[in-house]
Structures are given as structure tokens and as C-alpha cells.
Design a protein around this ligand. Structure first.
Ligand SMILES: O=C(O)c1cc(=O)[nH]c(=O)n1[C@@H]1O[C@H](COP(=O)(O)O)[C@@H](O)[C@H]1O
Length: 231
């Protein structure tokens, strides 16, 4: 298993470009995330292909459904041999508990199970439009507590919330943070952004980074630069 902190979000609409990047890197340099776009185009076979190449794969399908359906979906993810899989914490305590239970038969081969708190593309105003009268940090803290209570391994949040969550939930509770932007790069549709250096200083376990790497003229150079900035 790799000890890389960077998880590259493989958000490509074609396999050739994704594989050109993947085949130019070593599994020691980063882990890979397959999300809704590539999974919908290329399915579980693509995930298996990446696992067979030796990469730790984060299957990011953000399951959010009734407990039975999510438990079965998480089992299907474990069968693919992925390293990590996620659900939405707002699916509730029972849903998360059932998902965790579904992974028990896999023992130490089970993927890490984490829950998305408040999407990094959302601001306080966005929460208000959903009828949530809290700051993102308060809502993240609330859902992260629920996630820990359900026995999951950690949460997806913004690195802006990392320091507080590590203090409150302990060092072992994993924090996975998208919305990472090297200084000077475009924020795109992300709202709660943090640089790679700051994220690591604040205790983040894994940094999910997509467009700043995959849309760069030389993705491999950007990945290497980020890796050395957080070494
Ligand atoms: O679960 C995720 O990975 C996720 C959660 C979240 O709150 N925000 C978020 O951006 N993501 C994913 O992380 C990746 C971020 O990509 P970039 O914005 O291109 O770096 C995308 O693939 C998103 O789907």
C-alpha cells in the first residue's frame, strides 16, 4: 500500500486521457479517485483495471439511500478491491451503521468507509437555501460526530475544518479533504479552499486534488511539485 497523501481525482470523460496520466505515474506517488463521471462512463471494469495496476483507489460514489441499499452498494465496492469508499453523512446514523456492518466480513481487507459532511463547493449561504441555519464548520462538526458515532473511519470535509475536527474527534479519525488549491490556482466551483501545505499543517490525512493536476499542461510535474511541497 502507498503512503501517498495526495489522491488525484480522475475526472476525465475519456479513458485514454485518464490512462495516459495513470501510466505516467507510480502508485507510490499518489492514490486515485474514481468518481461519478468516470464510473458512469466506464464502470467497475475501469476501477478493477486501476486496482490491478497497483493503485489505491478511492471509489467516490457518495452513496445516499435507504440503509439496505447503501449496505449492498458498499459490499459491491469492497468486492472491487477498492481502498476507500464514501457515503453521505446526511443519509443518517442507521444508514452509516448498516454500511459499516456490511464491511465486517472483509476484516482487515475492508475498504476505509468515510462520510461526506458538507460539500466543499458549499458556503454558508448555500446551507441557508437548504434550510440549515449553521455555518459550514458547525454543520461539518455535527455530521462528523454522527459519523464517528456510527463507527466509520473518517469524513470528507474542507481542510478549513481540519484543525477543529482533529482536536475534537482525535488523530485516528481520518480527514479527507477536497477543495485543495495550490496558491495562485483557480478555485473553479470550490468555495472552501485551502493550499496543500496548510492542509497538511492542519492535520489532514489525504488531500483530494483534481483539476489543478489533471488540467495542467504537465500533470506529472504539478503532482511532483505538490508532493515535494508537503514532504
Ligand atoms: O467526496 C469527494 O471526493 C468530494 C467531496 C466534496 O465535498 N468536494 C469535492 O470536490 N469532492 C470531489 O473532489 C474532487 C475535487 O476536484 P477538483 O475541484 O477538480 O480538485 C471532485 O472529484 C469532487 O467530486
Amino acid at each position: 500500500m502507498s503512503d501517498a497523501k495526495v489522491v488525484v481525482a480522475l475526472d476525465f470523460d475519456n479513458k485514454a486521457d485518464a490512462l495516459a496520466f495513470v501510466d505516467s505515474i507510480d502508485p507510490k506517488e499518489c492514490r486515485l479517485k474514481v468518481g461519478k463521471e468516470m464510473f458512469t462512463y466506464f464502470g467497475p471494469e475501469f476501477v478493477k483495471e486501476l486496482v490491478a495496476k497497483g493503485f489505491d483507489v478511492f471509489l467516490d460514489l457518495k452513496f445516499h439511500d435507504i440503509p439496505n441499499t447503501v449496505a449492498k452498494a458498499v459490499t459491491a465496492a469492497a468486492e472491487l478491491g477498492v481502498w476507500m469508499v464514501n457515503v453521505h453523512a446526511s443519509g443518517g446514523l442507521a444508514m452509516m451503521q448498516k454500511a459499516k456492518e456490511a464491511l465486517l466480513p472483509y476484516g482487515d481487507k475492508a475498504p476505509l468507509l468515510i462520510a461526506v459532511t458538507v460539500l466543499t463547493s458549499m458556503s454558508e449561504q448555500d446551507l441557508q437555501t437548504l434550510g440549515i441555519d449553521k455555518t459550514p464548520a458547525e454543520q461539518v462538526n455535527y455530521l462528523a460526530n454522527l459519523t464517528k458515532q456510527a463507527g466509520l473511519d473518517g469524513v470528507v470535509c474542507s481542510a478549513q475544518e481540519a484543525k477543529l475536527l482533529k482536536e475534537r474527534l482525535g488523530q485516528d479519525f481520518k480527514l479527507i479533504t477536497p477543495g485543495i488549491r495550490p496558491a495562485g490556482s483557480a478555485s473553479d466551483d470550490q468555495q472552501r479552499i485551502v493550499t496543500p501545505e496548510q492542509a497538511v499543517a492542519d492535520g489532514v490525512d489525504y488531500l483530494v486534488i483534481g483539476r489543478p493536476i489533471t488540467k495542467a499542461r504537465s500533470p506529472i510535474d504539478v503532482l511532483k511539485a505538490i508532493n515535494s511541497s508537503i514532504a
